[in-house]
Design a protein around this ligand. Structure first.
Ligand SMILES: NC(=O)c1ccc[n+]([C@@H]2O[C@H](COP(=O)([O-])OP(=O)(O)OC[C@H]3O[C@@H](n4cnc5c(N)ncnc54)[C@H](OP(=O)(O)O)[C@@H]3O)[C@@H](O)[C@H]2O)c1
Length: 295
């Protein structure tokens, strides 16, 4: 008898994380994926979301769609809230009562307090920008709904797909002799492929073992292991790429941006590792793998 495949529907499938799920789907035989980019499904349009849920009847919906232009959000407030907050209500309204589980992503930006200790999920929230506030309010809507939802707060997402800091540094490093990069914001990059793999691992585990369902319906931090600054990351990008561009450390005050950035984004991953038995690679391994995938 053929075993039933787990049906997964991915929204926002053309972003960094969405494309990593596409990549992993190509080598996965157990999971049955359907991908929808913004051109096919606008998560703000309830009719669109209804239609594809009814047509595909998934077991899991993975929402990779988001408004991620952090600085632009300060001027495009309505658009940012429509996608990051209001669409969470649209999605949960559609999923409600259908027995479909949701995976949703949020951001380290919701914390923004300098403690010097790894931030735990229940620690103080202090969103300091339109983007950060929209992400926290989106999370709150999902948590308040009846839909079982895994919410993952992630940081500094990098991938061989889409736009990100590593790609920008590689490009600028090839064009310039010197670059200034902020050296007083601490955190860790997240290789989107590692995050996507962990999510699929969790989906398999919770499907196999329903006693994990209460753990699934919870909020978690996820980033690669270790602690660095953007300056450290840029320096390693130059080294790995074999670029001679000199990277100089500067304080955040020397690089003002419309949206404020958290100085301390070092998140504890203890909860997700413990609850699901997953292993998270170190940021250096992640960076090497990500840059290999860029070749
Ligand atoms: N990137 C980071 O450093 C970072 C850090 C922390 C947390 N996160 C979170 O991680 C998640 C994944 O981020 P990412 O880096 O993969 O983002 P991304 O590369 O910007 O991808 C987001 C995708 O969502 C799509 N989208 C936007 N509005 C949509 C709508 N109304 N309907 C359907 N699709 C829509 C975008 O399409 P268009 O390109 O056509 O707009 C884009 O393809 C997000 O929740 C983000 O907030 C990211």
């Amino acid at each position: 008898m053929e075993t039933k495949k787990i049906k997964i529907l991915v929204l926002g499938a053309n972003g960094q994380l969405g494309q990593e799920f596409r990549y992993l789907a190509s080598e996965n035989q157990v999971l049955d994926f359907k991908f929808f980019g913004r051109d096919e499904v606008d998560i703000c349009a309830e009719g669109d979301v209804h239609r594809i849920i009814d047509e595909n009847k998934p077991n899991f919906v993975i929402n990779c769609a988001a408004y991620t232009a952090v600085d632009k959000a300060e001027a495009e407030v309505d658009q940012c809230f429509a996608i990051n907050r209001d669409a969470c209500a649209t999605i949960t309204n559609v999923l409600n009562g259908k027995g479909i589980k949701l995976v949703h992503f949020s951001s380290d930006y919701v914390y923004n307090s300098y403690t010097g200790f790894p931030i735990k999920e229940d620690d103080n929230k202090n969103p300091q920008s339109v983007y950060a506030t929209s992400k926290l309010e989106g999370e709150n809507i999902i948590r308040a709904s009846e839909v079982p939802a895994l919410i993952i707060r992630t940081s500094w997402v990098v991938s061989s797909f889409g736009h990100n800091f590593v790609k920008t540094m590689k490009k600028l490093g090839a064009e310039r002799e010197q670059l200034n990069v902020v050296n007083d914001q601490y955190g860790a990059p997240t290789y989107a492929r590692h995050l996507a793999k962990s999510v699929l691992d969790i989906i398999l585990k919770v499907t196999e073992n329903p006693s994990l369902e209460p753990h699934f319906n919870d909020t978690y931090n996820y980033a690669n292991e270790g602690l660095i600054t953007w300056y450290d990351l840029a320096s390693q990008v130059m080294k790995i790429a074999g670029l001679s561009c000199k990277v100089s450390p500067i304080p955040t005050t020397a690089y003002p941006t419309p949206a404020s950035r958290p100085r301390w984004s070092v998140m504890s991953k203890q909860k997700i590792k413990h609850n699901f038995g997953i292993v998270i690679p170190h940021w250096y391994t992640a960076l090497k793998e990500c840059m290999d995938a860029m070749k």
